[in-house]
Design a protein around this ligand. Structure first.
Ligand SMILES: C[S@@+](CC[C@H](N)C(=O)[O-])C[C@H]1O[C@@H](n2cnc3c(N)ncnc32)[C@H](O)[C@@H]1O
Length: 285
């Protein structure tokens, strides 16, 4: 099962982790490091899953580091702790602690004094009001933020199939659906979040961070494609018959080693600090 059908499994997170590591913007890590204090770093990762963000970012930051991993799924948190703690940029293992709970209830006190709050593949699952609350908590708590790998809704597949666009539109509508009374931001999440931080007076930078998948990513492409089509059909049940033929064609493309997929994401950095004088000022969205 993929994250696309609403349940996040450790198998799905493990499958996507190498592509996620390759996709996240290194440019924005420079923004993060430019603002770090000299003392021990404290980073909160919201919706941490099994800890992919820590494994990617910790080695790029100086030590010592304390990571506070938040998730509502106890099983994923247990796996995050079971992983060998990654090393910081000086080669020493980072400290990891966990907090089980709903990150949409985050308050400034929860992150006050932290250097950085991160997310990865979380924002598109939230509502506008939830993003507003998280942004306010981070800014009031005095933290910079690095929110990565938010889907933006653009997908391109090569070679082209006449049904690609129909499934893309249905999938995006599914991402924006109202789920248990919550209207999800889906592909609108990055733009909305950038505006939320700017309303709070933050400087914001956004960079694209696409997955570029091909014959070296067969397992991930098959799982992503299957979940993408299933979500589209959940949104448009009348697509069920079309979907069988579409998936058959696309899985044949994968088996033949000819399918290339680009799935667009964006990473967002926000800070209350002014831009360094050698950089341009204002929102960089
Ligand atoms: C797509 S996964 C990404 C996991 C991890 N950040 C990564 O990049 O591998 C989304 C994660 O957010 C968690 N999550 C979603 N909504 C949440 C909420 N309201 N409170 C806490 N965790 C949440 C899920 O349990 C899941 O671990």
């Amino acid at each position: 099962m993929t994250a696309l059908a609403g349940t996040v499994t450790p198998e799905w997170l493990s499958l996507r982790e190498p592509a996620d590591h390759a996709a996240r913007s290194r440019d924005l890590v420079q923004e993060v490091t430019a603002g770090l204090s000299n003392g021990d770093l404290v980073v909160h990762d919201l919706g941490c899953g099994t800890g992919s963000m820590t494994r990617w970012l910790a080695p790029q930051l100086p030590g010592p580091q304390r990571w506070v991993l938040h998730d509502q799924d106890d099983g994923l948190l247990a796996r995050a702790v079971a992983h060998t703690a990654p090393n910081d940029g000086e080669g020493n293992a980072v400290q990891i602690v966990t907090r089980a709970g709903d990150v949409t209830a985050l308050r400034a006190d929860d992150v006050a004094g932290a250097d950085l709050v991160t997310t990865s593949a979380l924002l598109d699952l939230l509502t506008a009001r939830e993003v507003d609350a998280i942004a306010a908590a981070c800014m009031t708590g005095g933290c910079d933020v690095l929110f990565t790998l938010t889907v933006t809704g653009e997908v391109s597949l090569a070679p082209v199939h006449q049904l690609d666009e129909a499934f893309r539109l249905a999938f995006n509508a599914h991402q924006r659906r109202t789920h248990h009374g919550r209207q999800l931001l889906g592909p609108d999440a990055v733009g909305y979040t950038a505006e939320a931080f700017m309303r709070l007076g933050a400087r914001v930078a956004v960079r694209s961070s696409p997955w570029r998948l091909g014959p070296d990513h067969v397992g991930l492409v098959v799982e992503w494609l299957t979940g993408w089509v299933a979500a589209a059909c959940e949104q448009r049940p009348e697509f069920a018959n079309l979907a069988r033929g579409y998936l058959r064609d696309r899985l044949a493309d994968v088996a033949a080693g000819r399918l290339q997929v680009t799935v667009a994401h964006a990473d967002l950095f926000a800070t209350a600090r002014p831009a360094p004088s050698n950089r341009r000022h204002g929102a960089d969205v």
